[in-house]
Design a protein around this ligand. Structure first.
Ligand code: PLP
Length: 393
């Protein structure tokens, strides 16, 4: 059996989205900027997808800017807003996706004053701390809607209020929440979404930009996307994205309910394993996210062992899994390096079945037991491990 539980990293493209895309490669391959019929049918397709996405947010079509990825939309929000503002301060949370955090680092080196708000043990942004960082000097606050590692949903309504009081813009990265829980244009001035996290094709994203929000383009050239993002539109990708959004909104509640039920079953079974715990908020979390900690196990080894049994999972984000540095999210939540290393993220999708979850729930305890048997971190050795390394678990 092969089970894919890494849907926070990417998802299977919905066959219905693929079918909608194919004509735009093979027959209707015009450039949307062209005047002839080939161009006009491509333009109509892009407009249709833009309408679908605008409707999902409750926004106007001219407030939707297509980009080449969620990462690019995050870059456009941060770089574009700072470049267009007279203010020179940026506030982010410590648990943002690297597309926001690394961009903030680059802006900081270029002279922007960056302030970073911490989170509590469940991964919820500390509102008091954030409020203390936002002032009349703040151009933009960027706090994600839901975290991609531990799934914690952030209090963005309160954060938007803090921004409004200071006259600062508010951007939220809703890549993980969009299509799983309601996301609305009322919630922020700018919202990032990405196609491939919701069963659309890879390499397409969008940024909702509220009308009147000053934003400088990052990619300059033609007048595409209302002058906010130059480059010939990825027509098939945008069409597939539109279909994925349509399906995600149509079945939002049913899919969320189904995923949460299976997720809860998986969590119940996993937490029967000794020395295990759930990371992130118990209730305020994405319906498809489970994130475990296991003592005396290395997350990387666990992911590889599970892979050998056909189960695809992750230690955290795809972006940090190549490095051995523990997750910045877990460290911000106050986990020790040792605790943070024993982590496992399992993220479900609308396609995940009960049979698959049952299989994973049966494989997981055996895999962990096998690893603990050979682990230098095992309980019997914990004392000598401490003595050798000075690390307290
Ligand atoms: C995946 C992800 C991104 C990046 O989106 P891409 O389309 O892969 O560039 C940004 N933010 C979050 C929270 C994500 O999970």
């Amino acid at each position: 059996m092969r089970v894919y539980l890494d849907n926070a990293a990417t998802t299977m493209t919905d066959p219905r989205a693929v079918r909608k895309m194919l004509p735009y490669y093979l027959k209707k391959y015009g450039n949307p900027s062209s005047l002839h019929s080939f161009g006009r049918e491509a333009e109509a397709a892009v407009d249709g997808a833009r309408e679908t996405i605008a409707k999902a947010f409750g926004a106007s079509t001219h407030e939707i800017v297509f980009t080449g990825s969620g990462s690019e939309a995050d870059n456009l929000a941060l770089r574009g807003a700072l470049a267009a503002s007279k203010r020179n301060e940026l506030v982010v949370s410590e648990i943002e996706h690297p597309a926001v955090l690394r961009t903030a680092d680059v802006l900081e080196r270029a002279g922007v004053k960056v302030r970073r708000a911490g989170v509590d043990a469940e991964g919820t942004v500390l509102l008091d701390e954030l409020a203390g960082l936002v002032s009349k000097r703040t151009a933009l606050v960027s706090v994600m809607h839901a975290n991609n590692e531990v799934g914690t949903i952030q209090p963005i309504r309160e954060i938007a209020g803090i921004c409004r009081d200071a006259g600062a813009l508010f951007h939220t990265d809703a890549v993980q929440s969009f299509g799983k829980i309601p996301v609305s244009a009322k919630q922020a001035d700018m919202i990032t979404v990405s196609s491939h996290k919701i069963h659309g094709p890879k390499g397409v994203g969008a940024l909702f930009v509220r009308e009147g929000v000053p934003l400088s383009p990052v990619i300059t050239g033609g007048a595409h996307e209302f002058g906010k993002r130059a480059g010939t539109e990825n027509v098939p990708g945008i069409v597939g994205f539109g279909e994925a959004v349509f399906l995600s909104q149509k079945y939002l509640k049913a899919n969320a309910r189904k995923m949460a039920r299976l997720r809860d079953k998986l969590v119940r079974r996993a937490l029967e394993i000794p020395d295990s715990w759930l990371n992130g908020h118990a209730k305020n979390r994405l319906p498809n996210n489970a994130h475990f900690g296991f003592d005396f196990v290395e997350g990387e080894a666990l992911v590889l062992r599970l892979d050998a049994r056909g189960v695809a999972a992750s230690t955290g984000s795809a972006c940090s899994s190549q490095s051995l540095e523990p997750s910045h999210v877990l460290l911000a939540m106050g986990l020790s390096h040792v605790k943070a290393h024993g982590s496992l993220r399992m993220t479900l999708s609308k396609f995940t079945t009960e049979k698959e979850v049952d299989y994973v729930a049966s494989v997981l305890p055996k895999t962990i037991a096998a690893l603990r048997d050979i682990s230098s971190l095992s309980a019997e050795n914990a004392g000598s491990y401490r003595a050798l390394t000075g690390v307290r678990k």
